[in-house]
Write a protein that binds this ligand. Sequence first.
Ligand code: NAI
Length: 289
Amino acid sequence: MKSIGVVGSGQMGSGIAQLAAVHGLHVWLLDADPDALSRASKSISTNIHRLISKGHLPQGVGTDALARLQCTSNLEDLRDVDIVIEAIVESEDVKKKLFLELDRITKRSAILASNTSSISITRLASATSRPSQVIGMHFFNPPPIMKLIEIVRGADTSDATFYTVKALAERFGKRVICSKDFAGFIVNRLLMPMINEAFYALYTGVATKEDIDTGMKLGTNHPMGPLELADFIGLDVCLSIMKVLHAGLGDTKYVPCPLLVQYVDSGRLGRKTGVGVYDYRKGSEPAKP
Ligand code: NAI
């Protein structure tokens, strides 16, 4: 595998592009929003220079990685890539439209992967004429640092596609786990109900946000509290995953907490907007345990 297209240059896409460039792939990073692309390009460059200055990356590898990265807003530029990893907004309709377009544009042998946190790979694959080459490649945030990739096989994903993507994940230095295509896969199936429950605890006045987070950090050895983690992931992403769990698994225990819904409605999306459960603009960040 020589080249990759990464669609969506937000938190996840920019990290995936960085990882791919550092591991020798030619990368096309695409976003519909030119401002998002220029932010991503700056942050990748800053991250790579930081890795070089700390001695974590040889100078030549870092410089070559930056030279292999190209940004674009034109999907046609992805026509020759070997694999596309999609990391756009967590909406089934928007992702399906993109997969339809990618199926038209990319070469027949290309694999189409999604970094979706929860949307059915089988349904995304149904928007294409190559369902055996569609797969979930679920990275964790931030992709260059987190050691795991959850690979999700849709109903029609072939063994050849699975083993190619597994080899790519291992080339990135990651451990792989494999999930069947059920709502939330493995990690979010367990994580999101915990985050949602933390919102319910806050909503019903069980405790302060600080005590909920400190309880889980010190009581269960989690590196971040659930509310702090929700801010890090993005409250909009958490809400959409809860909706997918509720719709896909049909149990009322997955109903999103009204407080989570209200925060998202009011634009409090977490770190990326400067305010979520915590207010990062005023420096009232979660306490270190
Ligand atoms: P984000 O909001 O930071 O970035 C999304 C980017 O996609 C934006 O720059 C936006 O301009 C672009 N975009 C939206 N629609 C587009 C389209 N049709 N064509 C091209 N670009 C488009 O979102 P984030 O957090 O990076 O999440 C992206 C995906 O990764 C979602 O599916 C999410 O569920 C998944 N994910 C998120 C994680 C997280 O911790 N935030 C962890 C693992 C997966």
